[in-house]
Ligand binder design. Sequence first.
Ligand SMILES: NC(=O)c1ccc[n+]([C@@H]2O[C@H](COP(=O)([O-])OP(=O)(O)OC[C@H]3O[C@@H](n4cnc5c(N)ncnc54)[C@H](O)[C@@H]3O)[C@@H](O)[C@H]2O)c1
Length: 313
Amino acid sequence: MRVLVTGGAGFLGSHLCDRLLGDGHQVIVLDSLFTGSKDNIAHLLGRNDFEFVRHDVVQPILLEVDWIFNLACPASPIHYQYNPVKTVKTSVMGALNMLGLAKRVKARILQASTSEVYSDPQVHPQTETYWGHVNPIGVRSCYDEGKRVAATLLMDYHRQSGVDIRIARIFNTYGPRMAVGDGRVVSNFIEQALRGETITIYGDGEHTRCFCYVDDLIDGLVRLMNYEADNAHEPINIGNTREQSMNELVTALGEVMGKTLTTERRPLPKDDPTRRRPDTTRATERLGWKPKVTIEEGLEKTVEDFRRRGVGA
Ligand SMILES: NC(=O)c1ccc[n+]([C@@H]2O[C@H](COP(=O)([O-])OP(=O)(O)OC[C@H]3O[C@@H](n4cnc5c(N)ncnc54)[C@H](O)[C@@H]3O)[C@@H](O)[C@H]2O)c1
């Protein structure tokens, strides 16, 4: 297959490229390098089966491809709130452009959607049939609502024009190549721990998240892209179901690093959801998918990667 990965120079996108090339596909990456980096794909540049194109998905492009993984979009709050109007454009116009391409060349398209479409959920755990509880005018709305519109567009292209779509609702994912300084909780904690600093906890540390290791997530995306059935267009949650409080995460990190970490508390940011956990029954039943990597294994690999990149040196 010739596979297009938008956002392929980012954290998840670069791991997806590794996996697709390993599976024998040809890969084209489109990335504006807004939050991504050529470092993430440096080991792939120069291969015959890999191409990198610096391109903003807000602009249309014509390519001959069989599959499109649409991942282009800043994913951490400090990045997507930096230019919220651009974030909405990236999600909405990026999806429109990629859907137009998919329709024209009859490609299958997978959208990297997010657990943020559930926002601050009132149903727990979140099943795909839950519509979410989203503030449409808050500081996180550019991301949440942008992703919701993108999914709407996918469903409408599917219903109206028969475009072959896949929608992955990705929950918190961590691992090597997460951007340093992106403000996400796992990278924040690791950076502070490696620098010997006090760990910052927002709120009382009892709010929870589920953390999925990147290899597990990528395996879920590839399984979903390969999934063939009448219901293949329906959204599927992909994420780890083990719920952990921020305090527990600090303890696990301390154990992995072999040191006692001290913490300080700050107020919770606006609209930050207090709990989130995926119901992954669909992913298990339809895709045969289950995460395999434990938080301890995943943290170890991530800490190692941050060390290798010189954090705390
Ligand atoms: N990492 C997670 O936990 C998570 C959770 C839910 C959903 N997602 C989704 O997965 C995708 C990848 O996330 P990530 O964690 O790898 O983030 P990331 O910021 O590392 O990667 C996003 C990539 O998109 C590129 N990009 C941004 N705007 C662009 C534009 N206008 N045109 C072209 N390229 C552009 C960036 O340069 C970057 O390489 C995103 O769509 C994100 O919303 C991620």
